[in-house]
Design a protein around this ligand. Sequence first.
Ligand SMILES: NC(=O)c1ccc[n+]([C@@H]2O[C@H](COP(=O)([O-])OP(=O)(O)OC[C@H]3O[C@@H](n4cnc5c(N)ncnc54)[C@H](O)[C@@H]3O)[C@@H](O)[C@H]2O)c1
Length: 374
Amino acid sequence: MGSGITQVAAQAGHEVVLVDLNQAVLDKAKSNLEKVLSKLVEKEKISAAEATQIQNRLVYSSATADFKECGIIIEAIVENIAVKHTVFKELEAIVSDSCILASNTSSLPIASIGSALQNPSRIIGIHFFNPAPLMPLVEIIPAVQTAPAVVEQAKQLIDSWKKVTVLCKDTPGFIVNRVARPFYGEALRIYEEGIADFATIDWALTEIGGFRMGPFTLMDYIGNDINYTVTESVFAAFYYDPRFKPSFTQKRHFEAGFLGRKSGRGYYNYAEGAVQPEPTKDVQLGQQIVDRVLVMLINEAIDALFLNIASKQDIDLAMTKGVNYPKGLLAWAEEKTLPWVLAQLENLFEEYGEDRYRPNPLLKRLVKQGATQF
Ligand SMILES: NC(=O)c1ccc[n+]([C@@H]2O[C@H](COP(=O)([O-])OP(=O)(O)OC[C@H]3O[C@@H](n4cnc5c(N)ncnc54)[C@H](O)[C@@H]3O)[C@@H](O)[C@H]2O)c1
C-alpha cells in the first residue's frame, strides 16, 4: 500500500519520502514505479519529462529520520498496534509540531494509534483502497482526539490528489469494510443452506444484481485468509454482534489453504485446464438470492446512517467508489422502496428468528412515517 500511496502523492506534485525497513521492498517499489510511469508515458497519459520529474521528487529511504521536513506522514506498515505505537512515538520525535500523522490502517482504532502521541490532536485515519493509484475512494477518519483543522487539512489535501474522500467515524471497518460484510456473509450463508452453489450465487449477483464480480470470485481475488481475518476482526470489534458472524465454510477454505487465486484454489479451481462449474441459470432463484443479499447490505448501510458513522451521501459514495457497487445502497433502497426493503427483512427475521436479520430501527421508523427517502 505504501508504494501505491507514494505514487499518488508524487503524481499530485509532492516531494515524497518512502521509508521501509526492508531494502528489498524499497528496490521493488522503485522498479515497479519506473515500470508504471513508463507505461503511462507509452499510453500518452503523461509526458516523458513528467515521468522524470515524478521520479526526481521521490526519495527511497530506510531511515525514519528522513521524514524530518515532511508536512504529513501516512503510515502503512504492518497491522499491529504495538508496532504502530512504537513507530508513531519515533515519528513525533522527528517531525515538526505542525506535521500531520496519519495511518492507513484498515482495522485498528485511530484513537488507539493516536494515544501513543504527545500531541494526539494531529492523528487521523487516511484509508486508501488497494491498488491506491486506481481506486478513487479514501476514507478520512478523525479520532476523538483529532483537531478539526487537521480533518479539514487532510480532506483538502487528499481531494487535491483527485481522490473521492468520505468522512467517517472511528468505528470498526469504517464505512466500506463494515457495510460490505453481508456481500460475503449472506452469500456464504445461502451456500451453507444449500440454496445454491458458488457459481449460481456469483451468476445471480453479477447478471441479475449488476455487481461487477460475484462474492465467491471476489473472495478468491482478495484471498480467503485476508477476507476471513477482516470478518473475524469486525465481528470481535463489534462485541460479537451476530450480524457479523464469520462463516465455517470460509474458515475451512482458509484452513485448508484454499486461499483463492494466489494459492491456485479457493471456491474455484485455478489450475490450468480446470473445468469451471456452470451456474444454474434459474432467474427466479437468482432474483431471490440477489434480493436477500441486497437487503442485508442495505440494512447495514442504514445502520451506518442510523448511528451517524457517515452522511447518506458518503455512505453511498463509499460503496460505489471503494468497492464498485453498481449503485449506492441507500439510493438503491429508495429505488426499491423502503416498505419493500422492510418487508424482505421482516420475512427473513420471521423465518429464521435470528438477530442478524433484524431490520434497522431507522428503516422501521421511516416506513411508519411514510417516508420515501432517507
Ligand atoms: N493491503 C490492502 O489491501 C490494504 C488496504 C488498505 C489499508 N491497508 C493497511 O495498510 C497497512 C499496510 O498494509 P500492506 O498490505 O501494504 O502491508 P505489507 O505487509 O504489504 O507492507 C507493510 C510494509 O511495512 C514495512 N514495515 C514494517 N514495519 C516497519 C517499520 N517499523 N518501519 C518502516 N517500515 C516497516 C514492511 O517492511 C512492509 O514492506 C496496514 O495497516 C493495512 O491494514 C492495507
